[in-house]
Design a protein around this ligand. Structure first.
Ligand code: NAD
Ligand code: ZN
Ligand code: ZN
Length: 352
């Protein structure tokens, strides 16, 4: 293979193993594909889950990553919305736009897509990526946009907004508690403000993240390793919160949410759980609460793009560190030690 047919990529080699290495460049496989040259990408908590071996569907040799912005390098014959040279935002969710789920805007359950990038097919932590169903899975980047900020729209902002804020039905005046001040919880914090809640309470065990949350609009923060968050929330409300958003993915944090929701309120679970939780149905059955779960659909991405353009949403605030492609291993080190490094989102720029 000629040198130009190769590229560098972050390749998964089984639990605990990854390498920044030379691999074949992707090519058009189906007429609905596009090949995108990455400009900027990032690392998600989910990539760390994969590296721990928590996502066994990811096999040895898979290129990681499901977020990024880039430039169209090549399109298949059936792609009509994009052409070579167009600048695009890559959605973490691939969607055909035609199946029963896509017709319901449940793109995460697309019968020929869903979350496949960096999972079931090669992902975006590479110089180039093949995007199936390009017409539906890529978004044009508006002229003059801050492309780095838009990387936050591939996954975390639609996740926090759709699965946290929209499913949680945040309304004006509501008391909203968000458990978990990671990138996803912070994205819920930023997008909840579209709906003018009365109080936005952020709960985490990391003081540095709670400090950041205050800058992003939290009206109160609770360090749940120091005080009992349920007691605190009950003290500050009449009978609990209107909306509790779970953005960690462990039984303890789900318990906080089910303990603080008021009658008629919502518990919106966003966290990815590896273990069962103990649902207190004997208490909750009489409370008229709504419990929701979900995988991000990215159906609100076009709307979020507009709010970024209008400066109603400022995703660049979530970026704490910058790297170039030849520092990819270092970027992983920093992101994997987020508490020590005070990291939230890292941007890795393709300098090639
Ligand atoms: P993250 O690991 O960066 O953040 C989790 C936060 O939880 C951290 O700030 C951590 O300090 C805090 N935390 C840990 N234990 C805690 C405890 N006992 N009490 C309070 N806080 C605690 O993760 P993230 O990237 O922000 O993602 C959050 C969750 O959302 C993860 O489970 C992730 O897999 C999931 N996720 C879900 C979807 C979806 O579509 N539903 C999409 C993306 C991510
Ligand atoms: Zn992700
Ligand atoms: Zn579909």
């Amino acid at each position: 293979m000629a040198e130009s047919d190769k590229m560098m990529a972050m390749v998964y080699h089984g639990p605990g193993n990854k390498a920044w290495e030379s691999v074949p460049r992707p090519t058009i496989d189906k007429p609905t594909d596009a090949v995108v040259k990455l400009v900027k990408t990032t690392i998600c908590g989910t990539d760390l889950h994969i590296l721990k071996g928590d996502v066994p569907a990811v096999t040895d040799g898979r290129i990681l990553g499901h977020e990024g912005v880039g430039v169209i390098e090549e399109v298949g014959g059936a792609v009509s919305n994009f052409k070579k040279g167009d600048r695009v935002l890559i959605s973490c969710i691939t969607s055909c736009g035609k199946c029963e789920y896509c017709k319901k805007q449940m793109y995460s359950h697309c019968e020929d897509g869903g979350w496949i990038l960096g999972h079931l097919i090669d992902g975006t932590q590479a110089e180039y990526v093949r995007i199936p169903h390009a017409d539906n899975s890529l978004y044009p980047i508006p002229e003059g946009a801050d492309e780095e900020a838009l990387v936050m729209l591939s996954d975390i902002l639609p996740t926090g907004h759709e699965i946290g804020v929209q499913y949680g039905a945040v309304k004006p005046g509501d008391v909203v508690a968000i458990v978990g001040a990671g990138p996803v919880g912070m994205s819920a914090l930023l997008t909840a403000q579209f709906y003018s809640p009365g109080e936005l309470v952020m709960i985490d065990v990391d003081d540095a993240r709670l400090e950041m949350a205050k800058k992003f609009g939290a009206t109160k923060v609770i360090n749940s390793s120091k005080v009992d968050p349920v007691e605190e929330l009950m003290k500050m409300t009449k009978d609990g919160v209107d909306v509790a958003i779970e953005a960690v993915g462990i039984p303890q944090t789900f318990d906080i949410c089910q303990s603080v929701v008021r009658p008629g309120g919502h518990v919106a679970n966003v966290g990815v759980h590896g273990k069962s939780v103990d649902l207190q149905i004997q208490t909750l059955w009489i409370q008229n609460i709504t419990l929701t779960t979900g995988l991000v659909n990215t159906n609100t991405t076009p709307m979020l793009l507009k709010t970024v353009q209008a400066e109603k949403l400022l995703p660049a605030q979530l970026i704490t560190h910058h790297f170039e492609y030849d520092q990819f291993m270092e970027a992983y080190e920093v992101f994997a030690n987020a508490a020590k490094e005070k990291a939230l989102k890292v941007i890795i720029t393709n300098n090639g």
